[in-house]
Design a protein around this ligand. Structure first.
Ligand code: DGY
Length: 323
């Protein structure tokens, strides 16, 4: 039987690449540089499966091909707002993602960010490395206590729940949740969480706000100037979801004028470009999209793509089909 052809758009963990090479007629982008739009469009006409990541923009232009060969887009990652859903649907493509296997690691990074910004760890690290530390003193880099405070979680899917587990059981935090659908009472009870209907209700209650909702047009600038104004003075904002969820200009203003206490971001609108205004803010921690960056999660993500491909090419509905 002829093996299906697959295009892997970035380097993946070695064990997963080996398995892909064995099971498929696999082409790897060994340069590890994101493919340009025309190259991606060309791939739609040459491969049975295209396996992109968050760094590949699959806008409507990529799907404007007369004779598509691609039948499945096996996204390496849980978020898929970089793939134009309506165009993929119009072409009759199956799209899969990799949920679950990165939830714990992404929540770990959200916790890391929350602790770093509250305890001014980023500022401290910069001070030590730059040789500016002059020694211990009672008033030096005094931060904010995390334990026992209220955490507002926007988006209560798998990652949001892992964040709640850590914050509630590890740090005794009170959890307030906003989610697009009603969360089952037994799930809320696991984290001592209370659900509110709107972001407007959540923001004024929270000492920390952590974003775990999907990106894409529906949530673009969900956190804007008006909503930043609703946050408690001194509260902190954490984003491990998608950059576009925050209006970064409004956030930079809020940080520069100390309307909020600080922010910590793992994701950026238009990343890896960072808005120059954000670069000016000392009360901001920034990481280079590390949410799922552990050996364990990155391998598991790859094998999850392989599972989805195996299902698809054997005529079964892939377990992680999103389109
Ligand atoms: C995801 O899975 O969506 C991450 O942001 C990238 O892997």
């Amino acid at each position: 039987m002829v093996k299906p052809s697959v295009l892997v758009t970035r380097r993946w963990p070695a064990a997963v690449e080996a398995q892909l090479a064995e099971s498929y007629n696999a082409t790897f982008n060994t340069s590890d540089i994101p493919l340009a739009g025309p190259e991606m469009r060309d791939a739609m006409t040459r491969f049975d499966a295209v396996l992109p990541t968050v760094t590949d923009k699959l806008g409507s232009d990529v799907f404007e091909v007369a004779k598509p060969q691609a039948k499945i887009i096996g996204n390496y990652g849980v978020g898929y707002s970089h793939i134009c859903e309506s165009s993929a649907r119009d072409l009759g493509l199956t799209v899969t993602n990799t949920p679950d296997v990165l939830s714990e690691c992404t929540a770990d990074i959200a916790m890391t960010l929350m602790l770093m910004v509250a305890r001014r760890a980023g500022e401290g690290e910069r001070e030590v490395r730059e040789g500016r530390w002059t020694g211990w003193r009672p008033t030096h880099l005094v931060g904010t206590k995390v334990s026992g405070k209220t955490l507002g979680i926007i988006g209560f899917g798998r990652i949001g729940q892992e964040m709640a587990r850590r914050a509630h059981h590890g740090f005794g935090m009170k959890i307030v949740v906003q989610n697009r659908s009603k969360v089952a009472p037994e799930i809320l009870a696991q984290y001592g969480a209370v659900q509110v209907d709107t972001v407007e209700e959540l923001l004024p209650q929270a000492d920390f706000v952590s974003l775990h909702c999907p990106g894409g047009a529906a949530n673009r600038h969900l956190i804007n100037a008006a909503r930043l104004d609703l946050m408690k003075p001194g509260a902190f904002l954490v984003n491990t979801a998608r950059g576009e969820v925050i209006d970064e200009w409004a956030l930079a203003q809020a940080l520069m004028f100390d309307t909020i206490g600080g922010a910590a971001l793992d994701v950026f609108d238009g990343e890896p470009r960072i808005a120059p205004d954000l670069m000016q803010c000392d009360n901001l921690v920034m990481l280079p999209h590390l949410g799922s960056a552990t050996r364990e999660a990155r391998e598991a993500m790859g094998f999850r793509v392989l599972d989805n491909l195996a299902d698809f090419f054997s005529g079964r509905d892939p377990r992680d089909r999103v389109i």
